[in-house]
Design a protein around this ligand. Structure first.
Ligand code: PGA
Length: 254
């Protein structure tokens, strides 16, 4: 089955507002001329979400970089943004479990499971990030690590609850380092993830699940990574901050 590719730009804590509006405008404009099949999602700093939602199109949608683990719609949780608040503001996606959240905010797959639960309840599309660290790959434990992450984060869900789920495989050693997984390394991990998802949620769910690659993806390597049969697009950090690079990557996926 051919899955519709998704290319998501994670802007992280970058870009002041005037330039951010300009960049979003440039992406929107270029995206309007695309002919191929591809979905685009931009995850800007959260303060910009509502402004971007107003300018979003059917092709270019908006996502949050994170979401509260609390299932409550509202409550006394200073600094938190609930999935319901995001959804009610027109945000469609939320990235959950990014390795920077795991590293700097102590997020575990148990916490991430709750975030996915909150997204499911609010109707947001969770983009669940997983991936091994360098020492885990070097010691040959990468498949086990990623399988454990996914099995914990997706515990206790039914296939229908996860119908919108997107998984992003992001080897930690490739994020922001300029080191990319080879297309073979990406493909073998994506195939392994799909196999695990098949065993957990069945064949048709596994066949339709979009699995993105992330980690130093750029115009020069996007083609070879996206041409792999189990890679359905990318989660892009640094290269999403330049309209031309980001659009080149999107064209490679479409
Ligand atoms: P990068 O980041 O493309 O800058 O490596 C990817 C990510 O963190 O999602």
């Amino acid at each position: 089955m051919k899955r519709r590719p998704l290319v998501a730009g994670n802007w992280k804590m970058n870009i002041l507002y005037p330039e951010a509006k300009e960049l979003f405008g440039a992406i929107n404009e270029a995206a309007a001329t695309l002919t191929g099949d591809v979905d685009i999602m931009i995850a800007p700093p959260s303060l910009y979400l509502r402004w971007f939602v107003k300018d979003s199109t059917a092709r270019v949608t908006v996502g949050a970089q994170d979401v509260s683990q609390r299932e409550e719609t509202e409550g006394a949780f200073t600094g938190e943004i609930s999935a319901a608040i995001l959804a009610s503001s027109g945000v469609e996606y939320a990235i959950v479990g990014h390795s920077e959240r795991r590293a700097y905010h102590g997020e575990t797959d148990e916490i991430i499971q709750k975030k996915i639960q909150a997204c499911v309840k609010a109707g947001l599309t969770p983009v669940y990030c997983c991936g091994e660290k360098l020492d885990e790959r070097e010691s040959g434990r990468h498949f086990d690590v990623v399988r454990n992450q996914i099995s914990t984060a997706l515990k206790d869900f039914t296939a229908s609850e996860l119908s919108k789920l997107v998984i992003a495989y992001e080897p930690v050693w490739a994020i922001g380092t300029g080191k990319t997984a080879s297309s073979e390394q990406a493909q073998e991990m994506h195939a392994e993830i799909r196999k695990l998802i098949h065993s957990l949620f069945g064949e048709s769910f596994a066949k339709s699940l979009r699995i993105l690659y992330g980690g130093s993806c750029k115009p020069s390597n996007a083609d070879s990574i996206f041409s792999q049969p189990d890679v359905d697009g990318g989660l892009i950090g640094g290269a999403a901050l330049k309209a031309k690079d980001f659009m080149d990557i999107i064209r490679a996926a479409s």
